[in-house]
Design a protein around this ligand. Structure first.
Ligand code: ADP
Length: 202
């Protein structure tokens, strides 16, 4: 199975590209969604987190207090490493299972952390959605109603634009309007179909 990985900074247009490819019948696995799924109530990882950080890390309804956990790992690198060691293998396994179950000509892994984690080893082809930083900031602030400073902090914690682009097999330029994005995405879709076919023929 040919797997394309789709990444890009916050607000670059990953979801927009993924939606267009899903419209073409491509199965997309969202790494952020999987990361939320592995800590749902009843999941062993949630019990381990509650044991490690104390049950105060749970909200009254038994779900994970993500805001509090984010604050803890932001302030404590050891806690962050512990959490990543617990969650990254679980997330990876679940992503792999979903990609494996996909029945479309190729499948798509959408992940903001494709290049920052070992998730890139799950894909045959890295697609980077790219926009200038000002556009990224403006679109994210509009979408999330966050302050520009908050978005800038998130951007600073992500891999920088040049390093990301250096690792791309394909780049989608999303500096134009949504129609241009659609055209570029449908063109890339044809390339990916061909690459997937080549892999099957090899
Ligand atoms: P990501 O998933 O990478 O965080 P999104 O796909 O959510 O980014 O895009 C960020 C925001 O910008 C969304 O509100 C989206 O609708 C908007 N957007 C994406 N591409 C364009 C574009 N080419 N023109 C205008 N707005 C766009």
């Amino acid at each position: 199975m040919f797997v394309a990985g789709l990444t890009g900074g916050i607000g670059s247009g990953k979801s927009a590209v993924a939606n267009l490819l899903q419209e073409q019948g491509i199965v997309a696995v969202d790494a952020d969604q999987v990361a939320r799924d592995v800590v749902l109530p009843g999941e062993p990882a949630l019990a381990q987190i509650a044991q490690h950080f104390g049950t105060d890390i749970l909200l009254p309804d038994g779900t994970l207090d993500r805001t509090q956990l984010r604050q803890i790992v932001f302030a404590d690198p050891k806690a962050r490493l512990w959490l990543e060691a617990l969650l990254h293998p679980l997330i990876r396994e679940r992503i792999q299972a979903s990609l494996h179950a996909a029945t479309s000509p190729y499948s798509l892994l959408v992940s903001p952390l494709l290049l920052e984690t070992d998730q890139h080893s799950l894909v045959n082809h890295v697609i980077v959605v790219d926009v200038p930083e000002e556009t990224q900031l403006q679109r994210t602030v509009e979408r999330d109603q966050n302050s520009p400073d908050q978005v800038k902090r998130i951007m600073a914690a992500q891999i920088d634009r040049q390093s990301r682009l250096a690792r791309a097999d394909s780049i989608i330029d999303n500096s134009g309007n949504l129609q241009s994005l659609r055209t570029a995405t449908l063109q890339l879709h044809q390339t990916l179909l061909q690459l997937a076919q080549d892999l099957r023929d090899s």
